[in-house]
Design a protein around this ligand. Structure first.
Ligand SMILES: Cc1cc2nc3c(=O)[nH]c(=O)nc-3n(C[C@H](O)[C@H](O)[C@H](O)COP(=O)(O)OP(=O)(O)OC[C@H]3O[C@@H](n4cnc5c(N)ncnc54)[C@H](O)[C@@H]3O)c2cc1C
Ligand code: FES
Length: 292
């Protein structure tokens, strides 16, 4: 069974004696096997996955063009720049990816978008999250009997996602896959790769302590009736109030003035202007409801 989050959000799941019970849009679905391919795995014991990975935010732009080429390119230097063409119905676009940073650097988001805009005249701009693992290899495999995970594609999910599909199909059918050990979630990560670990952990701790406080001059952090909130005052003077901690692991949220979203600095959750969750791992909104 395939859950598409556009219409069916997996809210939680439990292990049964013979399979799993998933709560999707308030309904219960029972299955013998469950595959988690939700980008960042919200449902994994939080102290495990977040310490083996970090989020990188890339800055993207698209411009309308009159013709597209069967061509894409990526450089080998830093900052990473890549480009490709895309057809959407009658509309043709050139898409440019310019640079990426750890999500704990989101306070520079406006500066990063300005750099992108300096390069090209663009019709659209947006940012994207990728999950980077400590050893730059994806996590694909079984967590527990009947429970599978595919994530951590290190920006190469169109390629690794195909591999994950093949591997997990084999595992579900009880066949051994030749890459099972290589991408196992329980693999031993070599010492030099583990050196990445303190960087990821300290970035998360700094984000947690710092909260989003330095992200925007238009945001005020305060308490209302004992509830910690962040308030963004828009150009028309309208205030947008949200709860100021991310529901995933309580890190600080940062207001992204370019895309008008609240972005979590730890594992990439995003919320719209009024706090509706638009990207996980957080599975809940940060909408502030004033007590009557
Ligand atoms: C501009 C651009 C260019 C790229 N170019 C390449 C390339 O050339 N080659 C390459 O290999 N990769 C490329 N990538 C990277 C690749 O697109 C990503 O790595 C890949 O999409 C990640 O796949 P994923 O399945 O882990 O996550 P996603 O594609 O994000 O899919 C996860 C899905 O799970 C859903 N979901 C999340 N939470 C829940 C929930 N609780 N319940 C139900 N559903 C949920 C989401 O809505 C989403 O549909 C590019 C990315 C970008 C942005
Ligand atoms: S604390 Fe993990 S995404 Fe916010």
């Amino acid at each position: 069974m395939l859950f598409r989050s556009e219409h069916s959000k997996l809210e939680s799941f439990d292990k049964l004696q013979n399979g799993y019970e998933a709560i999707v849009n308030g309904h219960t679905i029972k299955s013998k096997k469950l595959i988690l391919a939700t980008h960042y795995p919200y449902f994994i014991f939080p102290l495990e996955f977040p310490l083996k990975s970090h989020i990188e935010v890339s800055y993207l732009g698209a411009k309308k063009v009159s013709k597209i080429l069967d061509f894409s390119a990526i450089n080998i230097d830093k900052p990473t720049i890549s480009m490709r063409y895309h057809k959407d119905g009658e509309n043709l676009y050139e898409i440019i990816v310019y640079n990426s940073f750890m999500s704990s650097n989101v306070s520079d988001i406006k500066k990063n978008f300005d750099e992108l805009k300096k390069r090209e005249e663009l019709d659209y701009i947006w940012s994207n999250n990728d999950i980077m693992t400590n050893d730059f290899m994806p996590f694909i495999g079984s967590i527990k009997p009947g429970l599978y995970l595919a994530t951590g594609y290190n920006t190469w999910g169109m390629t690794n996602g195909i591999l994950a599909g093949r591997m997990i199909a084999n595992m579900v059918l009880g066949k051994r896959d030749e890459y099972e050990d290589l991408f196992s979630l329980k693999r031993i990560i070599n010492l030099s790769k583990i050196l990445r670990f303190p960087v990821d952990v300290s970035a998360s701790i700094i984000s947690y302590i710092k909260g989003g406080k330095s992200c925007s001059d238009r945001v005020k952090y305060t308490t209302i009736d004992g509830v910690n909130v962040a308030i963004y005052k828009d150009e028309l003077g309208i205030e947008h109030t949200v709860l100021n901690r991310c529901p995933h692991m309580k890190c600080g949220i940062c207001f992204n003035e370019v895309e008008k979203t609240w972005d979590c600095m730890c594992h990439g959750s995003r919320f719209d202007l009024d706090g509706k969750c638009i990207e996980g791992p957080a599975n809940y909104d940060i909408i502030y409801k004033k007590e009557c």
